[in-house]
Design a protein around this ligand. Structure first.
Ligand code: G3I
Length: 362
């Protein structure tokens, strides 16, 4: 039985019949080649991937990589002054002809306590800016863009125009979704971080990155919009251009995501004159609240249709410069039980792959 459902798509770049059996990643036309003129197509990488089949898959279908964990603050500077740069991974990515995106410099999570706990405000600023400066200087010319600040906004953002009210703060010290950075430095930590980043590598594109930015949670999208608007109005030419170059919409979606809510946010962010990256795309298919309790042929088709609807939107927006998937295969995705990405755990293309490569035919 075909695992591809009844969708009408082209296979292998020609209008052939869809394959009767699942096709391995090796036999397919590179996904990134479908979008050469529009945006980069990315996926995540980890050091153990280098040199193996996973790396071959990555370099065939994707032209930019993001480190899943190894460029986060706790990985790169676990103790003060001790840097653990993943050079072999970054060099392998570049040697394979891909580009590298940096994730992430300032975050409330995966950040060592020494940076911002039990220290003065001045020491916290120094620790944060020193981390940004050293890391970006180290990777200058190798990393084209950075998530400078990640996930600064609360999920229940305020409806007020004052974006500062929506920032995470360390109000309940044991909650891991609160931000020590805002608590100890104050909301200006965001612009301090972006200025340090621009100073360290003026050629790198500087992004603010967050999740749930589609309009189903419109307060959060508006909080990010108001923050980027305000900071860029106050720094219209820092290093010759707007301080924040782009907004990363993580895009951890599910079958119930309404694509219209995604496009509404793209339009909102576009109006700021900044770039947009779809920075961590996946679509949960088997999850609490899904119509599917297992990954059936119908579930795979529904997922593919959702990917196709999103890619049709992405293709229509020139502000989108990169679409990065968060997972090479369902087996190793951070949400593997929900079958969220383009390849199954045997690295066979799912219907979602064909939807991403040719959404118009789906
Ligand atoms: O490496 C250790 C291993 O030694 C240990 O035995 C094991 C026990 O739990 O943990 C391993 O570390 C885990 C690490 O992933 C590597 O697999 C951590 O516990 C786990 O928390 C960590 O999860 C990562 C998560 O960020 C942490 O916040 C996911 O891999 C990674 O996909 C995820 O990525 C985030 C983005 O950075 C930001 N946006 C959301 C996205 C998904 O959560």
């Amino acid at each position: 039985m075909s695992s591809l459902g009844s969708c009408d798509f082209s296979f292998g770049g020609k209008d052939e019949e869809p394959p009767a059996e699942p096709v391995s990643w090796e036999a397919l036309t590179p996904l990134h080649s479908r979008y050469t003129a529009q945006f980069l197509i990315g996926n995540i990488v980890s050091p153990p991937d280098i040199g193996g089949v996973r790396f071959n898959l990555l370099k065939k279908h994707f032209n930019i990589a993001t480190a899943e964990n190894h460029m986060k603050p706790d990985a790169m500077q676990p103790s003060k002054g001790y840097f653990n740069y993943p050079d072999a991974m970054v060099n392998a990515v570049l040697a394979a002809g891909m580009q590298m995106h940096g994730h992430t410099l300032v975050w409330h999570s995966q950040t060592p306590a020494w940076m911002n706990t039990g220290v003065s405000k001045e020491a916290a600023i120094a620790n944060m800016t020193d981390h940004i400066t050293k890391v970006m200087t180290h990777f200058k010319g190798k990393v084209i863009s950075w998530d400078v600040v990640n996930e600064a906004m609360r999920d229940n953002s305020s409806s007020s125009d004052n974006w500062r009210e929506s920032l995470r703060k360390d109000e309940s010290p044991n909650a891991n979704d609160n931000s020590r950075w805002n608590q100890i430095i104050g909301d200006e930590y965001i612009e301090i971080a972006f200025k340090a980043a621009r100073d360290a590598d003026p050629d790198a594109k500087l992004y603010y990155n967050d999740y749930n930015l589609n309009m189903s949670n419109s307060n959060k999208a508006y909080a990010v919009y108001n923050m980027v608007k305000d900071i860029n109005q106050r720094y219209p030419a820092y290093g010759g251009r707007k301080l924040i170059d782009g907004i990363g919409m993580q895009s951890h979606h599910h079958l119930n995501t309404d694509p219209a809510t995604v496009e509404a946010s793209i339009l909102l962010f576009e109006s700021l004159g900044v770039e947009i990256a779809i920075s961590e795309l996946d679509i949960q298919t088997v999850f609490y609240g899904s119509p599917y309790s297992s990954f059936t042929e119908d579930a795979a088709k529904a997922q593919a249709e959702k990917y196709a609807a999103l890619f049709k939107i992405f293709k229509n927006h020139a502000a989108i410069k990169r679409v990065t998937f968060w997972g090479l295969d369902d087996g190793t995705s951070w949400r593997s039980s929900s079958y969220p990405v383009l390849f199954d755990k045997q690295y066979m293309a799912k219907p979602a792959f064909y939807a991403a490569e040719n959404p118009g035919k789906f």
